[in-house]
Design a protein around this ligand. Sequence first.
Ligand SMILES: *[C@@H]1O[C@H](CO)[C@@H](O)[C@H](O)[C@H]1NC(C)=O
Ligand SMILES: *[C@@H]1O[C@H](CO)[C@@H](O)[C@H](O)[C@H]1NC(C)=O
Ligand SMILES: *[C@@H]1O[C@H](CO)[C@@H](O)[C@H](O)[C@H]1NC(C)=O
Ligand SMILES: *[C@@H]1O[C@H](CO)[C@@H](O)[C@H](O)[C@H]1NC(C)=O
Ligand SMILES: *[C@@H]1O[C@H](CO)[C@@H](O)[C@H](O)[C@H]1NC(C)=O
Ligand SMILES: *[C@@H]1O[C@H](CO)[C@@H](O)[C@H](O)[C@H]1NC(C)=O
Ligand SMILES: *[C@@H]1O[C@H](CO)[C@@H](O)[C@H](O)[C@H]1NC(C)=O
Ligand SMILES: *[C@@H]1O[C@H](CO)[C@@H](O)[C@H](O)[C@H]1NC(C)=O
Length: 443
Amino acid sequence: MLFVDQRQKGSTLIIVVFVSLLFAISPTEGYDPLDPNGNITIKWDLIVGGSAPTVLVTITNLQQYRHIEQPGWRISWDWKNHEAIWDIRGAEATEQGNCSAFLSSSAPPPHCCLRHPVIVDLLPGSPYNLQVANCCRGGFISSMNQDSSKFASSFQMSIGSSDTEPYEFSVPENFTLGVPGYTCGNATSVEPTKFTEKNRRHKKQALATWHITCVYSQIQSSPAPKCCVSLSAFYNETVVPCQRCSCGCQGLSGARCVNKGEAPQLLQQHQDPTVEVPPVVQCTRHMCPIKVHWHVKVNYREYWRVKVTVTNFNVIKNYSEWNLVVLHPNLKSIQQVFSFNYKPLRQYGYLNDTAMFYGLPFYNDVLLQSGETGNVQSEILLKKDQGNFTFSEGWAFPRRILFNGDECVMPSPDDYPRLPNRAASADISLLPVFLSVLLLAFV
Ligand SMILES: *[C@@H]1O[C@H](CO)[C@@H](O)[C@H](O)[C@H]1NC(C)=O
Ligand SMILES: *[C@@H]1O[C@H](CO)[C@@H](O)[C@H](O)[C@H]1NC(C)=O
Ligand SMILES: *[C@@H]1O[C@H](CO)[C@@H](O)[C@H](O)[C@H]1NC(C)=O
Ligand SMILES: *[C@@H]1O[C@H](CO)[C@@H](O)[C@H](O)[C@H]1NC(C)=O
Ligand SMILES: *[C@@H]1O[C@H](CO)[C@@H](O)[C@H](O)[C@H]1NC(C)=O
Ligand SMILES: *[C@@H]1O[C@H](CO)[C@@H](O)[C@H](O)[C@H]1NC(C)=O
Ligand SMILES: *[C@@H]1O[C@H](CO)[C@@H](O)[C@H](O)[C@H]1NC(C)=O
Ligand SMILES: *[C@@H]1O[C@H](CO)[C@@H](O)[C@H](O)[C@H]1NC(C)=O
């Protein structure tokens, strides 16, 4: 298979094939080479001890680009000693459960008596006396790179037990984050947290602190991809579409889609707003909720320009704070990015070939549902890597694209737009001159 394109000096193509093979395999192992240490850490700080303890729970997203979007986290665990949550601030349990073991005439019943409570974030604008710092964003948590003011979420609980012996706090087990794709480990005891207070030099300290680490695996999140890539270039009129059946096949059982203009009526039933609704996509040959189009737009003498368009085919979802991660060897020479924010990902330090793109707040940080203006676009100006830059063999196309942290399906390298036969790599050097002249005519 690697020799298919020998005629065409196929070394770059072979690298492309090899790289795509390499990465096609890795996500199944739940290890992300672009964010190898990425995880979500749930921290339990025991801040009041004794028989009526108080704990502060903080969920911190230590991932470079993957975030938790609506409907947000739904954290849960198993209590070990018949505990109940008497009071909670910054979040709430989805159900109270059977509190008859705690009933007394003197006090109101606990907030939640379930052995396996499910806790969700409060919504924005919740009453002030129910809030704590870093709460009340409906379970949304940004990534470290995208919005470092929103990458943690906290709530505080007062706990008691119905056991008759004097109660001493013990950290629960069997944690889940309630977000598809994440698996959480056991709580491990760590150095107690030291809290700094604003305008104080005195640091308070937790009585005890535990960490629970949760890691993501795309294959556990959803076996089907959620995104595909299409390609085009100024030197070839062919638009290489997303691969057929990238995310599903029309007509196969389980594949729901709606035709353009058709109202998705069956979808408007009342759903639990804290539960993720599966995507309902417009009927296309790829059946993906998201398509990313990479167009090699202009060739200048020392620069080249790419246009990137992200289109939403999900008719029931707005992607707020969406992000793209793109791998291309020339990304280390980005000159300018229009209409998107941009950050290099420095996971390898020495390579700099991976960048994260995301919307500008209040401008295009929400990718509206299909049928609204469901797309966002940007142009990227890159400086040609001396020695390596070429339009041949598909070099100008991205090696990988991730949307919201999930791998997009690339077209087969055999289908990439080709340079016209006459313009072999020797002749293409005339093209920049020609195009620069053209460009100057426009400026
Ligand atoms: C969690 O992620 C952070 C940031 O990448 C890293 O420093 C830490 O070692 C990770 N923790 C675990 C247990 O992997
Ligand atoms: C945690 O889960 C395991 C396996 O489901 C179960 O056996 C165990 O009892 C659970 N722990 C608690 C405290 O319920
Ligand atoms: C509630 O719990 C009490 C004791 O904890 C038990 O006697 C009672 O049957 C439970 N009620 C229901 C409806 O399960
Ligand atoms: C978590 O704890 C349970 C029970 O204490 C144990 O059986 C299990 O092996 C632990 N899991 C890990 C990943 O350490
Ligand atoms: C998406 O946003 C548009 C415009 O703000 C709004 O009309 C629509 O109801 C939203 N859709 C969903 C599913 O929230
Ligand atoms: C990657 O970026 C770092 C920091 O900007 C820089 O020091 C390093 O030289 C870059 N590496 C390459 C190969 O460009
Ligand atoms: C060209 O690419 C090779 C392999 O990716 C790399 O080792 C080399 O540093 C690149 N050269 C330049 C000038 O960027
Ligand atoms: C454009 O690219 C396609 C796909 O690789 C190829 O079949 C076609 O011959 C190319 N067109 C020209 C004019 O070279």
